[in-house]
Design a protein around this ligand. Structure first.
Ligand code: URA
Length: 433
C-alpha cells in the first residue's frame, strides 16, 4: 500500500477502505509516513469529506493508535461527558458531582484550555492541591469509592489524534466535521466508558458556530459511539454568549460552587441539570423527567455539593476553599468595563470574550505557557439585558496590569447594542440519541 495512492484516491472523491485508513493512521503515528503526506491527505479529507464508514474506521484506528482504558474493575455502568468547548463552560464541575450524587460512576477525562476556550483541568487546578494526573489504579479506586474522578488526558490516549491535530492546526484543516468527530470520539472511546454524553455547543463562542453544522457534528458523533457499542446522547446547547457570569479559571470554580450550593440559577444551572439528567438517564432505567427532578434535588438537598467536596478531597484538593471561596487568590488588578451606549445588548461575540479573558492571562496561546488562575472576567450584563450608557457590563481581572488595556479593547469590540430587544436562541436546542 502506498500513501501516494491513498492521497490521490481521496483527492478524487473516492471512498477509502478500512485497511487504507488503518495504514495511514498507523504510519502517521509511528513516523513512517512523512508529515507532508499526512497534511496532504488531511486537506483532501477537508475538501471532500468522509462517508460514515470512513469516519468510523478513522475513529477506531485513532482510538487503537494508543492505550484504551480498562474499566472492568468498576462493576457498575460508567459514564463520561464531553463538551465541544466554549467560554465560561464550567459545567463539568457541576454536572459530574450531581451525576455521582445520583449514583452514576463517572470517569471524566478532560483537557487543558487552548485558544479562546478554557479547559477543566486548568480550572480544577485553581483549587490548591488538586491533582489531575492520577494513575489508573487510583482513578478506579476513587470512582469506586466516591463515584467520580476528573483526570487529564495522558499522551498515550489516541496519539494519532495528537499528531493529526498538530498538523490540522497549521494547515487550516481544523474545522472539518469528519476530522472533528473522529478526533473527539477516538479519545472518548479510548477512555472506555459504557455511556457517553456529548454537549455540542453552537454559536459565536463554539467550535462550530452554525446550528445546522453543530447538529450534523452531534449526529456524526452519536452514530460513531453507537457503532462502537456505546450508549450515546448529545445535547445541543447555546454558546452564543458566555455560559453563566464568570470566565477564567478560579472565577469559574467559584461560580460552579455557587450553582452546586443552590445559590445561582439561570442558564448555567439549567444546562447543568439537563446534562446531569441525561447522564443519569443513560446509566439507569429512570425516565428523563425523573432524572431532571433528582438532579435538581441533589442541588437543593446539598448532596451534589458534598459530592464535589469528596471528589476534590480524593484528588488531594483543599476543600476549605470550597466552603469559603474568599480563600481563592484574588487578582491584583481589576477594572470595570462600562456600556458605551444605552439600549439592549443585542449580541456578545463570545469568541472575542474568550480571547479577552485569555489575553488577561486566563488562557495560553502555546501549549506549555503558564496561566494566571485568578485572571478572567465577571459579567454583570449579558445578551438581552438593557443597559444605560456608563453602566458596568463586566469586570476584568489580572495579575499583570500591562494586559488590561488590550483586553478591554477586545471585550468592548465583542458587545453589540440595539434599541430593539433581541430574540435569543434557545438554551437547549435539541437532543440527539
Ligand atoms: N476538540 C477535539 O478534541 N478535536 C477537534 O478536532 C476539535 C476539538
Amino acid at each position: 500500500m502506498r500513501m501516494y495512492d491513498i492521497i490521490a484516491k481521496k483527492r478524487d472523491g473516492l471512498e477509502l477502505t478500512g485497511e487504507e485508513i488503518t495504514f495511514f493512521t498507523q504510519g502517521c503515528t509511528n513516523g513512517t509516513i512523512p508529515d507532508y503526506q499526512t497534511a496532504a491527505l488531511l486537506m483532501a479529507i477537508y475538501l471532500n469529506g468522509m462517508s460514515d464508514n470512513e469516519v468510523l474506521a478513522l475513529t477506531l484506528a485513532m482510538r487503537d493508535s494508543g492505550e484504551t482504558a480498562n474499566l472492568t474493575d468498576i462493576k457498575e455502568k460508567t459514564v463520561d461527558k464531553h463538551s465541544t468547548g466554549g467560554v465560561g463552560d464550567k459545567t463539568t464541575m457541576v454536572v459530574v458531582p450531581i451525576a455521582a450524587a445520583l449514583g452514576c460512576k463517572v470517569v471524566k477525562m478532560s483537557g487543558r484550555g487552548l485558544g479562546h476556550t478554557g479547559g477543566t483541568v486548568d480550572k480544577l487546578e485553581s483549587i490548591p492541591g488538586v491533582c489531575t494526573e492520577i494513575n489508573k489504579d487510583r482513578m478506579i479506586e476513587i470512582v469506586n469509592s466516591v463515584g467520580a474522578c476528573m483526570v487529564g488526558h495522558n499522551e498515550n490516549i489516541a496519539p494519532a489524534d495528537q499528531k493529526f491535530y498538530k498538523l490540522r492546526d497549521v494547515t487550516a484543516t481544523v474545522d472539518s466535521l469528519p476530522l472533528i468527530a473522529s478526533s473527539i470520539m477516538s479519545k472518548k472511546l479510548a477512555c472506555a466508558s459504557d455511556c457517553i454524553l456529548l454537549d455540542v455547543k453552537f454559536g459565536s463562542g463554539a467550535l462550530v458556530t452554525d446550528i445546522g453544522e453543530a447538529m450534523a457534528l452531534a449526529n456524526d458523533m452519536v452514530k460513531i459511539g453507537k457503532s462502537a457499542g456505546k450508549k450515546m446522547a448529545a445535547v445541543l446547547t447555546n454558546m452564543d454568549m458566555p455560559l453563566g457570569y464568570a470566565v477564567g479559571n478560579s472565577l469559574e470554580v467559584i461560580e460552579a460552587i455557587k450553582v452546586l450550593k443552590g445559590e445561582q440559577k439561570g442558564d448555567l444551572y439549567e444546562i447543568c441539570i439537563e446534562l446531569a439528567a441525561h447522564m443519569a438517564h443513560l446509566t439507569s432505567r429512570l425516565p428523563l423527567t425523573e432524572c431532571r427532578k433528582l438532579s435538581a434535588e441533589a442541588i437543593d438537598n446539598g448532596t451534589a455539593f458534598e459530592k464535589f467536596k469528596e471528589i476534590v478531597a480524593a484528588q488531594g484538593g483543599d476543600t476549605a476553599y470550597l466552603d469559603d471561596v474568599e480563600l481563592f487568590e484574588k487578582a491584583e488588578y481589576c477594572t470595570e468595563v462600562k456600556a458605551e451606549h444605552t439600549g439592549y445588548i443585542s449580541h456578545m461575540n463570545t469568541q472575542l470574550i474568550g480571547k479577552a479573558s485569555m489575553s488577561l492571562g486566563a488562557g495560553r496561546g502555546l501549549i506549555d505557557e503558564n496561566i494566571d488562575h485568578a485572571a478572567g472576567i465577571t459579567l454583570e450584563k449579558k445578551t438581552g439585558d438593557f443597559v444605560n450608557e456608563g453602566d458596568v457590563i463586566a469586570t476584568l481581572y489580572t495579575n499583570d496590569d500591562s494586559k488590561i488595556c488590550d483586553a478591554a479593547v477586545i471585550f468592548d469590540s465583542a458587545i453589540e447594542y440595539s434599541q430593539i430587544m433581541p430574540e435569543l436562541p434557545p438554551l437547549i436546542y435539541d437532543v440527539i440519541k
